[in-house]
Design a protein around this ligand. Structure first.
Ligand code: FES
Length: 136
């Protein structure tokens, strides 16, 4: 039996993803998955979707985010899909750990910001369109 998949939202830093089964791009192509990996959410990594430490140089702040913990009921494959020029789509039974308590949406899938501009971090609020976020 595999370990529990979870996403740890690090203050002013990346998403720490553990035990994910599948990471795909917008075309459904599989990307490299490590048992523990950091995914960019500041929008500045030169190695998207992976974190390259750029958040330390650009002063990325995640202070807007809500405290909470979100465990989904779905037993399907744990997958994060990287939308081109957009958010992460998270599906399957993945625990989302932000701070302490306070339940969050049980939407499945749900969308996590990776452009750094959302006013509702760690979730996407559509700001990537206004800021013309690009994977380039
Ligand atoms: S990816 Fe940042 S607001 Fe959508």
């Amino acid at each position: 039996m595999s370990e529990k998949c979870c996403i740890n939202v690090f203050d002013d830093g990346p998403l720490g993803v553990e035990e994910l089964e599948k990471l795909t791009n917008s075309n459904g192509e599989e990307l490299e998955v490590k048992r523990k990996m950091a995914l960019c959410r500041c929008g500045a990594s030169q190695n998207k979707p992976y974190c390259d430490g750029s958040h330390k140089k650009n002063g990325f702040s995640s202070k807007i985010e809500k405290a909470g913990n979100n465990e989904q009921d779905d037993d399907g494959t744990t997958e994060i899909r990287v939308f081109i020029d957009g958010p992460y789509e998270v599906s399957g039974n993945i625990e989302l750990n932000i701070n302490d308590e306070m339940g969050l949406s049980k939407d499945n899938p749900y969308y996590l910001c990776r452009c750094g501009a959302s006013e509702n971090k760690p979730f996407c609020d559509g700001s990537h369109k206004k800021t013309n976020f690009s994977d380039e």
